[in-house]
Structure formats: C-alpha cells, structure tokens
Design a protein around this ligand. Structure first.
Ligand SMILES: CCCCCCCCCCCCCCCCCCCCC/C=C/C(=O)SCCNC(=O)CCNC(=O)[C@H](O)C(C)(C)COP(=O)(O)OP(=O)(O)OC[C@H]1O[C@@H](n2cnc3c(N)ncnc32)[C@H](O)[C@@H]1OP(=O)(O)O
Ligand SMILES: Cc1cc2nc3c(=O)[nH]c(=O)nc-3n(C[C@H](O)[C@H](O)[C@H](O)COP(=O)(O)OP(=O)(O)OC[C@H]3O[C@@H](n4cnc5c(N)ncnc54)[C@H](O)[C@@H]3O)c2cc1C
Length: 627
C-alpha cells in the first residue's frame, strides 16, 4: 500500500489538533477519517497476498492507523471480527459473511469480555440457549456482570458482532462458543429489540476506538448464526463437540501474534521521535569553551534510546518468525492436525507479554528522554504510550498469559525428566545447564539465557512438587509458586527473543552490504549485552559470570553505544515513518521542533484571544476583593 496515496487523501490529516476536540468530536472525527482511509486501504488488500505481504500490510495498517494518534473504531473489524469469521465459520458462513465484511457492507467487533469477566473465559455469563421448536438461540444477559464490556467499536460503530456466549441446550451448558449477532438495524443503526448498547466512557487511551457495552434481553437469533466450524448444534438440538474446545480461542492467538509486530512498530515510532529530537536538542555545557552539545551525545541518553532501536528490530524479527509458525499451524489445524497448537499458544503467551512489557517501558523512557517537551501531547509520545500499555492488558492479561506459558513449560520439564522427548522451542530444556565458565560471546550469552531458563523452570517445578508433597492441592501449590512460575516463563521468553533475533539476523546478514551488516549486528550485540547486564543477578547465579566478566560487559556496552552513535539517526530514519504518521512536533524529519511546538501551541483555542472571558467574570472581582 502506498502511504503517499493514503496521506494524499483530502481531509485525512487534521488541521485542528485532536487534543482540543471533545470526547464526542474525537470519535466523530475518527469515523470521518476511518471512512476516508478505509476506502483506500480496502482497495489494496486481497486474499492472495503472501504471508510477508499480509504481514507488511498489517504492519503498514498499524503504521498508518497511527495517523489518528489513537486507533480507529474500525480496528476490531479488521483485527478480530474478520479473523473470527475466517477461523470459526463453516465454508458457507465464511462465504456469506466474509463478502459482506470485506466490502464493509457491515462493520463488526468481537464481544467476549464482560463487566464481570475478562480473563476467565469459562466464567463468561452471557447465555445462548437453544430453542429446538424455533431453531433459534435466545441470547440473554442474566445479571449486570454478564454485560459485554470493552469491545472496540461496539458502542456506536458496529452493527454486527461476534458474541462469545455460553451455549445451553436442554438446561446443559456446552461451554463458550462464537455467535454472529446483528446488534443494530442496517438502515437506521438503531439497536435491535432486546439489545442495550452504549459507550463505556473515557480511558487512558483508545478514546476513539468506541469501546462499548452490550446487554441482551432474550434476543433471538437463528441457528445458522452460531459459527459452527469447530462445534455444531443440529436442528434437533444435538450438540456436536469440536476436536479441541480451545479452537474457539483461535482468534486470540492470532491477535497475540499481531501484537508482537505492533509493538515493534510502536517502539520504532517512539524512538524515532525521541532520537531525532535528541539530535537537535542542545543542552548544558560540560566543556566551558565549547557550545552546548546535542543531548544525543550524552551516553545516558544513548543508553535510554539505542536499546529501543534494537528492541524494535528484535520484536519485528520474532514477529515474522512467529507469523510463519502461526500460518503453518493454521494450515495443520485446517487438516485436523492439532499437535503443534500448544507450542504456538505457549510461544504467543510468552512473546506477547514480553514485547508489550518491554515496549511500554521503553516508549515511556523515550518520552522521559525528551524532557518537558516529551510531556506535550503534540509530541505524540504520551498517546503512543497509551496505545502500547493497553496491550499489556488486552488479548490476555500479561500475568495470566505468562502463567499459561508456565503451564506448558512445567509439563515439558516433567515429561523430560520422565524421559519424554522435548520438541520445538523447548528442545533446549534438555541441554546441559551447568556452566563451567562464563562465555561472553553473543552466542555464549544467549546460551547462558537458556541455562537461566532451564534452571528457573527446574527449580520452580521442585517448589511445586515440594508443596504438593507437603499436602497442598495442585491448585494451591500452583498459586503459591506463581511468582516464580511467571519468572520462569519470562526467562524462557527472553531466551526465545534473543536466540530468534540473532538467528534471524544471521540469516539476513549474508545478503546485506558489509557496512549495513556491521551496524545491524552491532544492534544485536547491544541487545544481548544490555539484557545480560539487566539480568546480571541471574547470570551470577546460574551462568558463572564473575565481577571481572561484568566489568568487561559494561565496557563492551559503553563501546557499543559509541559505535552506534554515528548511525543512530540513520537507523531511525530507516524505519521510514513519514511526518504525518509520526504526527509529532518533536520527531519531524526536518528537525524544526521548536517552530512546530510554537505552531501547535498557537492552535490552542485559548490562544484565540489575549484575555480570557474568566478575567472579567471571576478574576477581576476576585482580585478586587468583590467575590
Ligand atoms: C483506519 C481505518 C480502518 C482500517 C483499519 C486499519 C488498521 C487495522 C488493523 C491494525 C490495527 C493496529 C493494531 C493491531 C494490534 C492488535 C490489536 C487488536 C485489538 C485488540 C483489542 C482487544 C481485544 C480483546 O482483548 S478480546 C478478549 C481477549 N481475552 C483474552 O485473551 C482472555 C484471556 N483468557 C484466556 O485465554 C483463557 O481464559 C485462559 C487461557 C487464561 C484459560 O482458559 P481456560 O479455558 O480456563 O483453560 P485452562 O483450564 O486454563 O486450560 C488451559 C489449557 O488450554 C490450553 N489453551 C488455553 N488457551 C489456548 C489457546 N488459545 N489455544 C490453544 N490452547 C489453549 C492450554 O495450553 C492448556 O492446555 P493443557 O495444559 O494441555 O491443559
Ligand atoms: C484498551 C482495551 C481494549 C479492549 N478491547 C476488547 C475487545 O475489543 N473485546 C473484548 O472482548 N475485550 C476487550 N478488552 C478486554 C480485555 O480483553 C480484558 O481487559 C483482559 O482480558 C483482562 O481481563 P480483565 O479486565 O477482566 O482483568 P482481570 O482478569 O480481572 O485481571 C485483573 C488482575 O487479576 C489478575 N488475574 C486474573 N486472573 C488470574 C489468574 N488466573 N492468576 C493470576 N492472576 C490473575 C491479573 O493478572 C490482573 O492483575 C479490552 C481491554 C482494553 C484495556
């Protein structure tokens, strides 16, 4: 998709900064722009795109959706409504609904979370009771906590949604299943009878995504509205279970993978803004007889920012690698082969949390690295933080996902001890976990991260087993050990992130020009060295690092910062964000940050007049003692 084509759409870019719009105006403006933008985007995506093209388009979608400084009310339509139809619909359901959805004849969302439940899907309370007499499902929200709460676009935008509801047949629950539900009249957009809709209110970010609530009062839908690829309800009410009840969770795995690439993009945007600003900002005078230096020449500033460049590369390489796994597992699922699904689930449950934790922290560090001007909304760093930090919670709250990954790691380790073979990304757990002497090479450090993971997983399994031997139930033992279960998952995730980044770069290095190869491998070295220093406690405990080795690592880290400095601006320019997409007074390519700050300041409605009407109404009487 050509960004120039998108950006040239008349009216897409705001002349009035969104910051000065009301909550309602922000939403209305975002709808206006989404329609403008979507007409262009829509004409460029098709079924036959390659994995790489699709991902790039998603990547570009993500990049381009940044135009809004927030996300679009159409976001869930693309990122969950359509994927759920694809993944959960029968062939005929896909045929019918995909045409309508891709043509934007209907706009959908994905309604799973309720006021009372987000994490615990099996606790969802929205009911879908099958009526064999009319061959319909009756959707009902029995109590307030069963209202759907959070789905993007649900409040005023979508007219259809996938509702994840508990299926009841003849009084028996058959678990959570996806239902295609029309929620608004296609002509009038009025909520249909028995449907209550509204917006959940202002949030830290996502304020144009139109997150809403949805309540049902015995609302009837026909039998063919249950998406029946993985499980079916026959006309007479016979329930036909799917091969694996977790297949209904498939969309969430897809989005978790999408989030890893989204974090690469968000972080790239933030560090482009902060680093370009750091190149033009001059401050302080360490050498009395010299001009104020660029703040980018302060090594502390390089420490704050260069890791963000390397992390964006690491997330992107891991995301591309994970997409390949996702697509191959999806093909296997289509032919009924399920045995690689647990590994994909575990990987997504590691990489989504780690990429969102790191990206959120590093985007905030990019903001802080810009001093006072980083605090301006016109810098677009606070909004970028708001978008990124949401991903810590949505699509599976990070702690919960790390515990899911721990579940797989514990199973793998216990199986390994009993002689069962390990496979895929967990195969390294069978490796030697005793490190005789520290190996400070990149591969040596990555190996040390694998040793740390092995040791943390084996030790938390021992804790679990000791608790169970002491008489604790498996559930209580699990809860007691859960802090160290998440730590073991994080260690596994770190080992995956590091080794995949290195191996994916090695694959690409062969085709790079020597200068480019040198710079990109410096970033890999920086990333590995940074994390070895961040996790020096684990290295001391499990990888036989000595204080001399740490001293050497610190010097290497400082030298790497110095080596990367000359290419730092070029590295963020290489992310190739157009100014309109960065949408930042500090990050524009021309470096005119001060002029842009002033231009944006003058757009404040308060600057329309020299004296605000409150002077005469309140201040003057107050100052004259007349109030
Ligand atoms: C601008 C103009 C318009 C155009 C658009 C342009 C742009 C468009 C696109 C780009 C936009 C830019 C950004 C894109 C980024 C993406 C953002 C998308 C927005 C997302 C918004 C948020 C949506 C949501 O949050 S949806 C709700 C998500 N909710 C959750 O994730 C809930 C988390 N909870 C769970 O998953 C489960 O409850 C779980 C797993 C915690 C427990 O499940 P359980 O049933 O209780 O299982 P349990 O008893 O624990 O047993 C576990 C068992 O099951 C296996 N398992 C679990 N889950 C899965 C799975 N998913 N797949 C496979 N297997 C699974 C697990 O392995 C265990 O197995 P065993 O150990 O063998 O028993
Ligand atoms: C910006 C945004 C957009 C969203 N969009 C959508 C959407 O479009 N559609 C949709 O359906 N949902 C959406 N959600 C909802 C989101 O999926 C849920 O918020 C998320 O799944 C977390 O569930 P929760 O909010 O109930 O938190 P909870 O699960 O209540 O988590 C609260 C705390 O409890 C802890 N906790 C919970 N369970 C466990 C456990 N088993 N072990 C240990 N600790 C636990 C968590 O770690 C956390 O610290 C969105 C949320 C946000 C923030």
């Amino acid at each position: 998709m050509d960004e120039q084509k998108v950006l040239s759409i008349k009216g897409l870019l705001d002349d009035t900064p969104e910051e000065y719009l009301s909550h309602k105006e922000k939403y209305e403006n975002s709808i206006r722009k989404s329609v403008l933008f979507y007409k262009t985007l829509h004409s460029t995506e098709d079924e036959n795109m390659s994995v790489d093209e699709k991902t790039k388009l998603n990547f570009r979608n993500i990049v381009t959706s940044a135009i809004f400084k927030d996300n679009s009310p159409f976001m869930l339509h693309n990122s969950m409504f359509i994927p759920t139809i694809m993944g959960q619909g029968t062939d005929e359901q896909r045929e019918y609904w995909m045409k309508r959805a891709k043509n934007m004849e209907i706009i959908g969302t994905y309604a799973q979370t309720e006021l009372g439940h987000g994490t615990f899907i099996r606790g969802l309370e929205t009911q879908a009771t099958y009526d064999p007499d009319t061959e319909e499902f009756v959707l009902h929200s029995p109590v307030l906590s069963s209202y759907k709460w959070w789905p993007g676009g649900l409040a005023h935008t979508a007219n259809y949604c996938i509702v994840m509801a508990r299926l009841y047949i003849k009084g028996k629950s058959h678990g959570i299943h996806p239902f295609m539900v029309q929620i608004r009249d296609e002509e009038t957009h009025m909520p249909l009878p028995g449907i209550k809709l509204g917006e959940i209110g202002a949030k830290l970010g996502f304020n144009t995504v139109n997150n809403g609530f949805l309540g049902f009062e015995n609302h009837r839908i026909s039998r063919d509205r249950m998406l029946m690829k993985n499980a079916q309800v026959l006309k007479d009410g016979t329930f036909v279970a799917g091969s694996n009840s977790k297949l209904t969770y498939g969309t969430m795995v897809y989005v978790r993978v999408l989030i890893v690439s989204n974090m690469a993009n968000m972080l790239a945007k933030a560090v482009t803004i902060a680093l370009r600003y750091s190149a033009i900002r001059r401050q302080s005078q360490p050498k009395p007889d010299e001009p104020e230096p660029q703040i980018l020449d302060y090594v502390t500033q390089q420490h704050k920012l260069f890791i963000a460049i390397a992390s964006s590369h690491a997330f992107y390489m891991n995301a591309m690698w994970l997409w390949e796994i996702y697509y191959s597992v999806s093909l296997q699922l289509a032919s009924g082969k399920l045995d690689n699904l647990p590994e994909l689930h575990a990987l997504a449950c590691c990489l989504k949390p780690l990429s969102t934790i790191d990206a959120t922290a590093m985007i905030e560090k990019c903001r802080l690295a810009c001093g006072g001007h980083g605090y301006m909304l016109s810098a677009n760093l606070a909004q970028t933080y708001g978008l990124a930090t949401a991903a810590y919670t949505y699509e599976g709250e990070n702690t919960v996902l790390l515990l899911q990954a721990a579940r797989s790691l514990v199973k793998a380790w216990v199986g390994h001890v009993k002689g069962r073979p390990l496979k895929g990304t967990m195969a390294y757990l069978a490796g030697d976990s005793t490190v005789k002497a520290w190996d400070g090479s990149i591969d040596g450090i990555i190996q040390s991260f694998k040793v740390v993971a092995i040791r943390k997983i084996s030790s938390v399994v021992k804790i679990l087993q000791d608790y169970e031997k002491s008489g604790l139930s498996p559930e209580d033992a699990w809860n007691k050990a859960s802090v160290f279960l998440t730590a073991a998952s994080e260690a596994h995730g770190r080992a995956v992130l590091l080794s995949v980044y290195k191996s994916e770069m090695d694959k690409r290095a062969a085709v790079l020009s020597p200068p480019l190869r040198k710079v990109l491998l410096q970033l890999v070295d920086l990333y590995v060295t940074y994390w070895a220093l961040e996790k020096v406690g684990d290295m001391l405990l499990y990888a036989s690092i000595t204080d001399k080795d740490v001293d050497e690592l610190q010097r290497r880290y400082i030298e790497l910062l110095a080596a990367i400095r000359p290419n730092a601006v070029g590295l963020v320019d290489a992310f190739d964000f157009r100014d309109e997409i960065l949408n930042s007074t500090l990050g524009a390519y021309d470096g005119r940050a001060y002029e842009r700050l002033m231009e944006e300041a003058m757009k404040s409605p308060l600057n329309a007049e020299p004296v605000n009407q409150t002077f005469h109404k309140y201040l003057k009487p107050f100052m004259r003692g007349k109030l």
